[in-house]
Design a protein around this ligand. Structure first.
Ligand code: IMP
Length: 192
């Protein structure tokens, strides 16, 4: 079985991706004894995900993939986008990020948004990128407690529940990261 490192410290994402990639051993950073911080200081999802994958490949010498995701809100000209993790200032404070987004959109009837993920794969010395988009709308208040990040305030197109109310299997099948990972899986299967 081929093993590939997933350059993330997020256990939720590792679990989601391993479920979608049963034929590959997805190794965590911990499993390859990497404990440092991974830089992501660019202004696009494409550059950030490549920066993360390159950093891990350079440090471990292993094939690797990395993802970068942003929530792009139409009424806010695509914000928070690449800054989604630190929209309210402090990195990874989901509660504060959601509060800020809901207040920015207060009274605004345009609730259209999309999650966009870019996955960068470094495989056998070559680099490949895959994009996944999930369109939807932003609620006016938080609903549900599953998932992470902005899940409680995002309703995917065609559903009436937020990502935080839907089962992980449903989210995986339709989510930005699920779609980008599916493209990664299709690509990897063609290499076999
Ligand atoms: P990352 O690039 O995957 O770390 O994503 C950046 C930020 O986007 C995260 O800190 C979350 O706030 C948000 N995010 C990414 N993926 C999801 C998701 O599947 N649901 C909700 N929020 C997400």
């Amino acid at each position: 079985m081929r093993a590939i490192v997933f350059a993330t410290n997020n256990a939720h994402k590792l679990e989601e991706v391993q479920k979608a990639l049963p034929s590959i051993e997805v190794k965590s950073l911990k499993a390859v004894n990497f404990e440092g911080e991974i830089p992501e200081d660019h202004e696009t999802l494409e550059e950030n995900s490549a920066q993360k994958a390159d950093f891990i490949t350079e440090h471990t010498g292993l094939d690797c993939f990395a993802d970068d995701t942003g929530l792009e809100v139409e009424a806010l000209n695509g914000a928070p986008g690449v800054y989604s993790a630190r929209y309210a200032g402090e990195h990874g404070n989901s509660e504060a990020n959601m509060e800020k987004l809901l207040s920015e959109l207060e009274g605004n009837s345009n609730r259209n948004a999309q999650f966009r993920t870019v996955v960068t794969l470094n495989l056998d010395g070559k680099q490949h990128q895959f994009e996944g988009i999930c369109k939807g709308t932003i609620t006016t208040e938080k609903q549900g407690d599953k998932g992470f990040g902005y899940d409680p305030i995002f309703i995917p197109e065609g559903y009436s529940k937020t990502f935080a109310e839907l089962d992980m299997s449903v989210k995986n099948a339709i989510s930005h990261r699920g779609l980008a990972v599916q493209k990664l899986v299709d690509f990897l299967n063609k290499q076999a």
